[in-house]
Ligand binder design. Structure first.
Ligand SMILES: O=c1[nH]c(=O)c2ncn([C@@H]3O[C@H](COP(=O)(O)OP(=O)(O)OP(=O)(O)O)[C@@H](O)[C@H]3O)c2[nH]1
Ligand SMILES: [Mg+2]
Length: 173
């Protein structure tokens, strides 16, 4: 099974590879920097979801794979409180696209203010933690849960939701 992943971010590619290996026979993964066609810092659920969908569609177009995953992180606000949010999309070569969203967690106000000032969360987290490339490791979700939930774990859950929908469709068409 040829599987495309619309990113080279390790937290995302590892999440897809760990879960997909459980359900597909000898999967072959191709990671491409697929365009999200949304801003580098999506600011709503709608924009984050669209970024995931676009990545999955662009990645399958670029690779000719049978399945393709797009994973996108963003933020959203409820009553003035900012949350990090996450969306995934799985596109099948027949054109069907499944979507699912993942965990959301409050961002400290000092971080939220930086995002409202149009900075990207990844670099803001590096500044906040004085650690490089948080975005490919623990992630903001990992930092603010004291390591209980890493960014990869969070994306593994979304990938399971996507593959589950795909497997359900195979038995209920
Ligand atoms: O450290 C982080 N921990 C997180 O939990 C998290 N969730 C979102 N973001 C950031 O929001 C922007 C869009 O996200 P994003 O989907 O484009 O991710 P990314 O840029 O890291 O990877 P990619 O674009 O190479 O696939 C990027 O600045 C991400 O760094 C996070 N950064
Ligand atoms: Mg990005």
């Amino acid at each position: 099974m040829n599987i495309a992943i619309g990113t080279t971010n390790k937290a995302k590619t590892e999440a897809v590879e760990v879960i997909a290996r459980k359900y597909f026979d000898k999967p072959i993964f191709t990671c491409v920097k697929a365009a999200s066609q949304v801003s580098d810092q999506p600011m709503t659920h709608e924009e984050t979801r669209l970024g995931a969908i676009n990545r999955s569609k662009n990645a399958i177009d670029e690779t000719g794979a049978q399945l393709s995953f797009g994973l996108e992180g963003g933020v959203t606000e409820i009553d003035g409180v900012m949350y990090v949010c996450n969306w995934g999309a799985l596109t099948v070569s027949n054109g069907t696209t499944y979507t699912a969203s993942g965990a959301q967690i409050i961002l400290p106000e000092e971080i939220a203010q930086e995002i409202r000032a149009e900075k990207e969360l990844g670099p803001v987290m590096e500044q906040y933690t004085q650690r490089r490339d948080i975005r490919q490791g623990a992630g903001a979700v990992g930092i603010f849960t004291q390591g209980l939930v890493s960014r990869q774990m969070m994306f593994e859950h979304i990938v399971s939701l996507l593959i589950g929908q795909y497997l359900f469709s195979l038995t209920h068409e």
